[in-house]
Every structure is written in C-alpha cells, then in structure tokens.
Design a protein around this ligand. Structure first.
Ligand code: ADP
Ligand code: MG
Length: 262
C-alpha cells in the first residue's frame, strides 16, 4: 500500500470540509481526483503532502503516518514557483543540492542529472540555460515536473497542474505525464477539474462530492481501463458521463448518505 487515508475528517474553524474519507492507493496507481471547486481536493492533497493534518483519522504514506513534507511526496501545484534568479538547470538541480549539502563535489553530477530530466520533459540544453521568465507557461510547467521527478519521489501529487495551460500545450503535457508515470512507476495522485483528463490519465477516478454542511466524501471510486487519448470515443464518452453524473452536487435532505458507486 502506498497511500492510506483512514476515516479522515478535516474541519476549519468547526466548518467541516472533509467528512470521513477512506482511500487505499496501491504503489504505481495513477489516481485522478475530481469534484467541484471547494469540495476539498486540494485539502486532501495537502494532507498526503503533510502540509496539513486531519482533525480526525490518519494519513499514511508507505506505512508511516505523515508528519511533515519530505522526500516521499513530490508536489506540483497549479502555480509552480521556480526560483526567478536561478537558471532552469539550477532550478532542477536545486533539490539534489539541498539534500546533499551545497558544497558537495557531486554538484556537476547533479547538473548532468538535471539536464537529463529536462530533456526527458522535452526541454533542450538551450532552455536549461535560460531563466524561468524566458520560458512559456507550458515550458515552466515542464521544469516544475522535472524538479519534482528528479527527487524520485515514491508519490507524486499534482494539483490542477495543467489547468493554466492552453489546450495544445495541455494535451502535450498529458501525454508526457502518462509516459513519465509509466517509466517511473511513481504513484500519482492527480487533481483535476477536467473529467476527460481524469479518465484518460487515471487508472482510477475518485469523485468527491460536497454534502452541504456535512462536508465532502467519496461519491465514486472507479477503476478505469487503460485509455489513451485516441481511445474509442464512445467508451470515453460513457466513462466521462458516469464520472460527471456522480460528481455533480447533490442537493438532498441531510439524512441521505452520499451513495458510493464502484
Ligand atoms: N487553511 C484553510 N482555512 C480555512 N478554510 C480553508 C482552508 N483551506 C481550505 N479551506 C476551505 O476548505 C474548502 C475546501 O478547499 P479546497 O481543498 O481548496 O477545495 P478544492 O481544491 O476542491 O477547490 C473551501 O471551502 C476552502 O475555502
Ligand atoms: Mg484546489
């Protein structure tokens, strides 16, 4: 088991956001999480990252309770923050340098490794010498992904990481992400607003649904067949409809439990 979320409740100033989340994620899964804005998707990722802690319940990664962010989880948010005064290469090598002490004689190896990861994400040696502001949004996002992957985290958390990209760039990043995931064997938890993206990328799709004041719970936990972007459109449309019908907000009496479909 890679990630284990057990009966997790999160309250902010006694307002309940997550209401009894149970999730078991195996090593190597690619789990997409969908749900309306404000239903607690980012909160759930921050719990796994250990940037936050549950009000009740517990969160474990690789059998250990989360205490603080560490190398077990890489994180790529929607608005990545690269160091503006470092080159792209230095940005990617930074994590390795920090963890080994800056005066390390391996520094050159780290730079070579960083270049390998940049190439892997489709950037060139010329790009590596640039500064972040000289790159497009899509290219900066590639740098952010390289920065996370170079640390070889067993778990990679992505929070709407492609949502600021234009459609063409986004499509390219989705393909790249799937390739990188296949090659690395990393467990990916991928939060997205886009159901098609969730279904095409994930091996499993989880929908969180907010139940008024009671907070959100898991309304759908669906294994999806290995789809590719050029998969059968009919199959894709069917899956998308299924996920969307489960993840719409349900206005119903508080006594009704959220149904779990699997
Ligand atoms: N640190 C916080 N303090 C208080 N409320 C928060 C905090 N973080 C998130 N919230 C609230 O929790 C709810 C879920 O937020 P979030 O996890 O960001 O949802 P999502 O990512 O699904 O849009 C929102 O109503 C948000 O305002
Ligand atoms: Mg969010």
């Amino acid at each position: 088991m890679s990630i284990n979320v057990e009966n997790v409740v999160v309250e902010y100033a006694s307002r309940r956001v997550l209401n009894g989340i149970d999730l078991e994620i195996d090593a190597g899964e690619f789990v997409s999480i969908v749900g309306e804005t404000g239903c607690g998707k980012s909160t759930l990722l921050r719990l796994i990252l250990a940037e936050e802690h549950p009000t009740e319940g517990r969160v474990q990664v690789q059998g250990r309770e989360r205490s603080r962010p560490d190398r077990t989880c890489g994180y790529v948010p929607q608005r990545y923050s690269l160091f503006p005064d470092k080159t792209v290469l230095a940005n990617v090598a930074f994590g390795l340098e920090v963890t080994s002490g800056f005066w390390n004689r391996n520094s050159r190896e780290f730079r070579e490794e960083a270049l390998r990861y940049l190439r892997h994400t489709g950037l060139s040696e010329a790009d590596a010498k640039k500064y972040p502001h000289q790159l497009s949004g899509g290219m900066q996002q590639r740098v952010a992904i390289a920065q996370a992957l170079i640390m070889k985290p067993p778990v990679l958390l992505m929070d709407e990481a492609f949502s600021a990209l234009d459609p063409g760039t986004r499509r390219g990043m989705q393909r790249l992400m799937k390739e990188l995931w296949r090659e690395s064997g990393t467990t990916v938890v991928f939060v997205t607003h886009n159901t098609r993206e969730a279904v095409c990328l994930g091996t499993r799709v989880i929908a969180l649904v907010k139940d008024g004041e009671r907070g959100s719970s898991v309304a759908l936990d669906l294994e999806v067949p290995h789809l590719d972007f050029d998969s059968d459109e009919e199959e894709l449309t069917r899956l998308i409809a299924r996920v969307e019908s489960a993840s719409v907000k349900m206005d119903r009496p508080a006594s009704m439990a959220v149904p779990v479909i699997s």
